[in-house]
Write a protein that binds this ligand. Structure first.
Ligand SMILES: Cc1ncc(COP(=O)(O)O)c(C=O)c1O
Length: 331
């Protein structure tokens, strides 16, 4: 039976909204064609922040409601979701087991060091092969159960409808901020990997009466694949919000993925430099920078002329320090 969003268990991980701020110098440097704003999810307070904390509030709520005593999740070695799961587990008093893709680096890469600093137990695969990591994940869950533990497995990236429900709440938050400042949003531009942020924001904006479009810049999977994931999420979120979103409203920009997930592009690097040098704001190279490249190109191409556009800074800043350019396949 469908449960409404407010009935879902949630573990609050932070207070108050993330900042909503104008980008006057970036807007001016792009010719004043669009009025740009930024939602600073990167400033959410735990462990370098980021959008995944929204998902984790709901996932940890579910884990605690089910009586779990530890969390298991997986990702690439730089995974923001894994780092933030470690942080959330610390807050909740739950042990966290992270299954990371290999190969391990010597010395350990920055992401792994942060995971361990936050108290997570890291199980790292030997290679970057996805099947190997999936097998290791199943093994870790099975070993914990055999030892009498009650693990709560969390899928890669914290995607899925439970995590996406946290993003519905983020949409409600930004609509309240926009109302307070008398801003009418025409569009939101967001990096999209599992699609949970995009789906949750779209569902939440419609539930809150906003007609703003949500443009997802594909950063991990080709748009066709991503579209079908978002379609399913929107159907499931419809049960939670009571609002059905026409799947024709899913807007994807697939032009900025470059050679694939986790691989920087020249356009993304240019976009990050542009934002850094106009507004003093940093973005990570493989998620938010690619979305920023999409936003800047769209503004330059006239797509957002005279529009008010919100850039969703999803976080990921430790990625600036990761040696990513190793040609390994997508997570
Ligand atoms: C910093 C950052 N931005 C954007 C995303 C994409 O969000 P989503 O998986 O909800 O599409 C992720 C994770 O995948 C991320 O870590």
């Amino acid at each position: 039976m469908a449960r409404s969003l407010s009935e879902l268990p949630r573990l609050p991980l932070f207070d108050g909204p993330s900042p909503l701020a104008p980008l006057p110098r970036l807007s001016a440097a792009l010719g004043g064609r669009a009025t740009l704003w930024i939602k600073r999810e990167d400033l959410l307070p735990l462990a370098f922040g980021g959008n995944k904390l929204r998902n984790l509030e709901m996932l940890l709520g579910a884990a605690l409601a089910e009586g779990a005593d530890c969390l298991v999740t997986a990702g690439r070695r730089w995974s923001n979701h894994c780092r933030l799961t470690a942080a959330a587990g610390a807050v909740a008093g739950l042990d966290v087991h992270l299954v990371l893709s290999g190969p391990p680096t010597d010395p350990p890469n920055p992401g792994r060091r942060l995971d361990e600093l936050l108290g997570a137990t890291v199980h790292q695969a030997v290679t970057a092969d996805r099947a190997e990591r999936d097998d290791l994940f199943e093994q870790v869950v099975a070993d914990l159960r055999a030892a009498g533990r009650r693990p709560y497995p969390i899928g890669v990236g914290g995607g899925g409808v439970v995590g996406a429900a946290g993003q519905v709440r983020a949409a409600a938050e930004v609509l309240a901020q926009a109302l307070e400042r008398s801003i009418e949003l025409d569009a939101v531009v967001v990096p999209s990997a599992t699609g949970a942020t995009q789906a949750g924001l779209l569902a939440g904006l419609r539930a809150g009466g906003s007609r703003a479009s949500v443009v997802g810049v594909a950063v991990a999977h080709p748009p066709d694949e991503l579209r079908s994931t978002i379609e399913s999420l929107l159907v499931e979120l419809g049960d939670l919000t009571g609002v059905r979103v026409d799947t024709a409203e899913i807007e994807l920009d697939g032009d900025w993925l470059g050679p694939g997930y986790g691989r920087p592009t020249p356009e993304a690097s240019d976009a990050s430099r542009f934002l850094a040098r106009t507004e003093g704001i940093l973005v990570d190279p493989i998620y938010t920078a690619k979305a920023l490249a999409g936003l800047i190109a769209a503004v330059r191409g006239g797509r957002f002329d005279r529009r008010t556009v919100l850039f969703w800074h999803a976080g990921g800043l430790p990625g600036l320090f990761e040696p990513l350019d190793d040609g390994s396949p997508a997570g």
